[in-house]
Design a protein around this ligand. Structure first.
Ligand code: GAL
Length: 955
């Protein structure tokens, strides 16, 4: 596979995001499967990562108290944010971070913090960056994308507030074109994050935890998420209704052509259409059309054939903009009696609910880890995922399209007020082309669900969704209020049941025409690798005994759904354990125990149970492990998870009897413990169809490391989990090993550690972690611009170390936005009225003078004057700490006209040349603010002033 192929989708088509082929099973996961960042760059549309060069401060920087008339006046103006929001704030001693960044994931669990958030301190933090745009960018439309910030974010560009976002899960797109400066004068981008705010009752992370981008386009372009092209079928005919939203940031109206071309999975164009649109200046226009396609290969769970649609904006044969969106040809409907149908075939939803965090990395989940998680769900036999209770990263949906998952996409805040309707609208616009998305969920378990108010609220939210997409039903996850006279079930297309098993039949009987699905079920507890529930140790056995009072065991939950055709399917709470909400225990438990898999994606027995029930292939797995001490002769409960007609169990070769297989309840035995081999054989139609063996292992003697993939991309972004285990002298996994392991890495970084122990309060960062019941995980990331190998060594006292090498393939650098290290620019300049006689450099405006002295920012020369004049300009600068300590260099770039510069009234430099030129001089070290004054000796009719920025650099 060459690199060009890897920039293509499974379909062989370069998509709106460039992604790599995705293996459908673990076996194929040895290939470098994904490029972590998914954005394409074309000549007409540049999508540049803005993940680098951020300066970060954990904690708040209070805004200074504005005092006096002059400051109060200035404070009220655009571009005048103060404190850490100001372009001139000294961040040069802050740490530097690369996004995505979850600052809560660096915290140790702390008993005094909120258990809901995994006992992690969250709080307030600031992020600052300096962006450089070239003069050649002038005239382009430049947009900032912040894909996800937890939780409240305030964003300033060059000292102007450009947006606030109170959603920890929605992206924001900000047109920053009007605020931008070009060339040497850099652009200050500041984000204040308030993660004391919460939107959930689970671990939400903190900070800018998803990717950030700068998108540069022609002034006439397709707006972000501006193509809607989701195929629908009428009779035998497939149609793709097209809706393309254009924007014109230019100064005059433009008439453009809009073309759309459908390409099949091999990249061959199979249908095309052309539309014309006129977009007036600073307005949007929506261009509509349609295309028809005959007999496409259908998208479905097993063979998710992905087509693509390339939409271009063309003017006089020049392509101004291009967007590629995924397309899957599939039909869907929910039947009130028979459940969900995909392409007219019944499909029982075998789904899980998930949150977005993973061991070690919190919510800043690299795309390689996201891919691993979804692959684990494929391995499970899961076909549906509920994004509980919020939007996921956009790459999640791309992977679901490629891997064949059905997605219930969920809105976070239940509220039809404009601010939250915007969030809902954003969700639908972003995700409505994904064939994987089958349901829009407007809420989860809202107290108003059984009331008229809830009904009215959902009615409005559903109506909004319908203006954007009529092809998918709206649902809501209800855990009560189903039978009140007016309730939400009357305002949705499909009713989602959270638990409420006892009401499945009654509700169906009372509402025979309303389609139903579980939106959430089960909530059973298991601690991976444990076989005795021990409340004192906060441990739950993995025999599927324990569930929350509102939930059921995995077996009971699935049986209730599997036996009812009118329930479209299950969404088990949850696919993976997640940080926070450590039900049923609290401290030191800091993650949930609901997962079918643990925090690392290691399987609990619930995995084998569901795989047996959900997967068609033969599954037989016995539990527990067979390595016990001090249990000789004592009965051990053995359970087989399987989908066999019969199962026979053997201890040390001796049959313990054959049982008729029960694929709902599963089979069990009480076996007096004797070391050796326990094995089971499963039979289908009388023939042995599966076997599973567990053996008594010896003590651990060495460590073993197993990567998820054999090779990685050397782009500094690609990440993957490495499984860590201890093995005995015969190389067998020791299920009871709890050794403390230390890791060493060269050629990459360890970005997180985990072991799936919900009660472990040690750091998930660093280089050491204990095994928990035989397993741990490290998450490694390559270094930018690297190639060769990444080497990891694991050591533990008394054990032979393990060492592995992972191939690192050279990858072309991702396109990054140009950013700068801290530079002190100057602001707050005032200009005195021109005078014919020389001026005292100490001249100052009165505090209440807003008018005779002007206000300006260096960068644009002044208009020529009618007579030769002296013009004084001044500002006060608080030099950055480093400059105060070591001195700096003042750079006055492109000064026009002869002039003299003064520092605190004393001449520092002089420029006698009346033309344009730079002036640089040293600023000695020293504390306190400095007053910079420049007196221009302007010649009549000649331009003079600041042709560019005036800044101070450290020396
Ligand atoms: C549900 C809720 C989930 C989670 C779960 C735990 O009621 O929707 O977010 O809290 O309970 O059982």
């Amino acid at each position: 596979m060459n690199r060009r192929d890897l920039l293509k989708g499974t379909t062989g088509v370069v998509m709106g995001s460039a992604w790599g082929p995705v293996a459908a099973s673990s076996a194929a996961a040895t290939q470098p499967a994904t490029r972590p960042l998914g954005q394409s760059v074309s000549k007409m549309r540049q999508v540049l990562s803005l993940n680098r060069g951020w300066r970060f401060l954990e904690g708040d920087v209070p805004f200074p108290k504005v005092m006096g008339h002059g400051w109060s006046y200035a404070n009220a103006k655009a571009g005048s944010a103060w404190g850490a929001a100001s372009p001139i704030f000294d961040d040069s001693e802050w740490s530097t971070v690369t996004l995505p960044h979850d600052f809560a994931s660096f915290q140790l669990p702390d008993k005094n913090e909120n258990l809901a958030q995994g006992y992690r301190k969250r709080g307030i933090a600031w992020y600052r960056n300096l962006l450089r745009f070239e003069p050649s960018d002038r005239g382009k439309h430049i947009e900032l994308h912040l894909d996800g910030i937890s939780t409240h974010a305030t964003v300033w560009l060059n000292g102007t507030l450009v947006n606030r976002n109170w959603s920890g899960y929605n992206s924001i797109y900000i047109d920053i074109t009007p605020y931008i400066t070009y060339g040497e004068s850099l652009n200050s981008l500041v984000v204040r994050v308030d993660a004391d705010q919460m939107q959930g009752w689970w671990y939400e992370g903190a900070g800018i935890y998803r990717n950030t981008w700068i998108v540069k386009r022609d002034p006439v372009h397709i707006v972000t998420d501006g193509v809607f092209a989701h195929p629908v079928k009428y009779g035998d005919q497939w149609t793709i209704p097209l809706e393309v939203t254009l924007y014109n940031a230019g100064k005059t109206a433009r008439t453009v052509q809009v073309t759309s071309t459908v390409r099949d999975p091999k990249g061959k164009a199979i249908a095309t259409t052309r539309m014309s649109a006129t977009v007036t200046a600073l307005s949007r226009a929506v261009s509509t059309g349609s295309m028809t396609v005959s007999q496409p290969s259908l998208w479905n769970i097993e063979t998710p054939f992905l087509y693509s649609i390339t939409t271009q904006v063309i003017s006089h044969d020049r392509v101004l903009d291009e967007v590629v969106t995924p397309a899957g040809f599939r039909t869907q409907h929910f039947d009130p009696n028979r459940g969900f149908f995909l392409n007219d075939q019944p499909v029982k939803l075998k789904g899980v609910c998930i949150h977005q965090d993973h061991a070690g990395v919190g919510v800043a989940v690299p795309h390689g880890i996201l891919h691993y998680r979804l692959q684990r769900l494929k391995d499970l036999g899961c076909n549906a995922i509920r994004c509980s209770h919020n939007a996921q990263d956009k790459y999640f949906y791309e992977l679901c399209d490629q891997m064949g998952f059905l997605v219930m996409d969920e809105n976070r805040v239940f509220n039809p007020s404009p601010i939250h309707m915007n969030e809902l609208e954003w969700l639908v616009r972003r995700d409505r082309n994904h064939p994987s998305v089958i349901l829009w969920s407007v809420f989860n378990e809202e107290p108003m669900q059984g009331s008229e108010q809830g009904f009215e609220m959902v009615r409005r939210m559903s109506a909004l969704v319908k203006t954007l997409d009529t092809s998918r039903p709206v649902t809501a996850a209800m855990n009560d209020g189903l039978f009140t006279p007016i309730n939400v079930s009357q305002a949705v297309d499909v009713v989602g049941f959270n638990y409420q098993y006892q009401s499945y039949d009654a509700f169906h009987k009372a509402n025979p025409n309303i389609p139903l699905t579980s939106s959430e079920d089960t909530s059973a507890y298991q601690t991976r690798g444990e076989y005795t529930t021990d409340d004192a140790r906060h441990i739950k056995a993995t025999y599927d005994d324990d569930a929350a009072e509102w939930g059921t065991t995995h077996r009971t939950g699935w049986k209730a759904i599997a036996e009812r055709d009118f329930i479209a399917g299950a969404f088990v709470w949850t696919g993976f354990d997640y940080h926070g909400e450590p039900t049923p225990y609290d401290w030191p438990s800091n993650s949930s125990q609901f997962g079918i898999m643990d925090l690392c994606g290691f399987e609990k027995n619930a995995f084998w149970l569901h795989k047996a029930q959900w997967d068609q292939s033969p599954v037989l797995r016995i539990a527990p492990h067979w390595t016990w001490s001090g249990k000789q002769g004592q009965p051990i409960r053995v359970m087989a998870f399987h989908n066999m007609d019969e199962v026979e169990l053997f201890l040390n070769g001796k049959s313990l009897g054959k049982q008729k297989g029960d694929i709902f309840e599963m089979n069990r035995w009480e076996v007096p413990y004797a070391p050796g081999t326990l094995h089971a054989v499963g039979y289908r139609q009388g023939k042995a169809a599966a076997k599973h063996v567990v053996e008594t292992t010896g003590a651990p003697v060495s460590l073993k490391l197993t990567p998820h993939r054999k090779s990685m991309w050397g782009d500094g972004l690609d990440a993957q989990p490495i499984k860590v285990e201890a093995v005995d002298a015969r190389g067998r996994h020791v299920p009871i090993a709890q050794n403390q392991i230390t890791f060493d890495i060269t050629g990459g970084d360890i970005i997180g550690l985990g072991n799936g122990n919900p009660n472990d309060v040690s750091s998930e960062k660093g280089n050491t972690r204990a095994l928990f019941n035989g397993l741990a995980q490290i998450i490694v990331q390559t270094k930018e611009n690297s190639a060769g190998t990444l080497q990891i060594t694991a050591t533990a006292a008394g054990l032979t170390a393990a060492k592995i090498e992972i191939e690192v393939e050279k990858a072309a650098a991702w396109p990054y936005q140009d950013v700068s290290t801290p530079v002190q620019i100057t602001e707050g300049w005032r200009r005195a009225p021109a005078q014919s006689a020389p001026i005292d450099p100490n001249l100052r405006p009165k505090d209440n003078d807003m008018n005779s002295w002007g206000w300006f920012r260096p960068g644009v020369p002044f208009s020529p004057l009618a007579t030769d004049s002296y013009v004084l300009c001044a500002t006060v600068v608080e030099p950055f700490k480093r400059i105060r300590k070591a001195g700096g260099q003042v750079e006055c770039l492109n000064l026009m006209g002869a002039c003299t510069v003064f520092v605190d009234g004393i001449e520092a430099a002089n420029k006698s040349d009346p033309g344009a030129g730079d002036l640089k001089f040293n600023l000695p070290a020293g504390d306190g603010a400095r007053r910079l004054t420049i007196i221009f000796r302007a010649k009549a009719g000649q331009p003079f002033g600041f042709g560019d920025v005036l800044r101070i650099r450290t020396v």
